[in-house]
Design a protein around this ligand. Sequence first.
Ligand SMILES: Nc1nc2c(c(=O)[nH]1)N=C([C@H](O)[C@@H](O)CO)CN2
Length: 118
Amino acid sequence: MTDTVFIKALDCQAVIGVFDWEKQIRQQLLLDLTIGWNNRPAAATDDYQHALCYDTVAKQVTALVQDQPHELVETVAEKVAALILTEFNAPWVRVTVNKPGAVANASTVGVEIERSRA
Ligand SMILES: Nc1nc2c(c(=O)[nH]1)N=C([C@H](O)[C@@H](O)CO)CN2
């Protein structure tokens, strides 16, 4: 089953970084999420109850990323993956965390992980 629900370039303003100056400011993180989800039941019934609501996912992920400080983008990616697997019961998720302001001569840097439910 290769169906997914995705969210691209989710804009989060986060306290993120390893240096002291980074703990005093907010910086942009852009998250790309690809979530394994069987879309057939929602399509067959045209019923929102069977859909994985990308708006609900986006709001919960934004709150998680913005409401507490983190040092590493790796930590953010793991926490977001765990949220999606546990709270939304998704079978797998791919999370990309972009920190576009981090390296002056790169358009973006970051990490990408894939996690599955145990
Ligand atoms: N693999 C990582 N490398 C770096 C990170 C990170 O979160 N993961 N963070 C930093 C600093 O916070 C940097 O972004 C400041 O510009 C350096 N390397």
